[in-house]
Design a protein around this ligand. Sequence first.
Ligand code: 5GP
Length: 191
Amino acid sequence: MNQGKIIVIAAPSGCGKSTIIRALLDSGDLNLAFAVSATTRPPRPGETEGVSYYFMTTDDFREAIADGAFVEYEEVYPGRFYGTPRSEIERITSEGRNIVLDIDVNGARGVKELYGPRALTIFIEPPSIDELRHRLEARGTESPAVIDERVDRAAYELAQAPAFDARIVNDDLETAIRQTHALIDGFTSLR
Ligand code: 5GP
């Protein structure tokens, strides 16, 4: 049986990752389905239960860990847990589709170790750390302290980019979408 491929996309905050993932799902020709993660962080305005995330209490999340309900999980920010439910992978696989995961760099490594050649890990990176800082400042949604925190975390994440199967520099968004699409198209066409 064709199990479907697992596409893992990781990127520092502010690199256009969500926009690129949405474009890939909307392109409609990659047979991709988004694996909804579980998290203990509260929903943001506009986020929907079961679509953006499965929102859980920390106690329920711990119980799910103990039950082996996650393929991988990480404490991405202090006290904020995120995990890929095994049931999501099984649901999408049973539909005969390819899976796209939006997870952090450590989770990406875990998935690659688990699934090996069935998984393709893609790292989306900014042209430079300075450019990332400019973008976060221009977005204007974060305080200077939070921007500093995100930039520090981005530097840590960028250092892990060589461990990924492929790297895409998001300098121009349309180009980055096209390159990512081509990469996934090639990978999912392999038997
Ligand atoms: P946000 O809170 O902004 O939605 O996500 C914060 C970070 O958590 C992002 O880097 C996102 O990719 C990551 N993340 C989301 N879901 C998962 C997951 O299931 N596992 C891991 N390891 N990271 C996740």
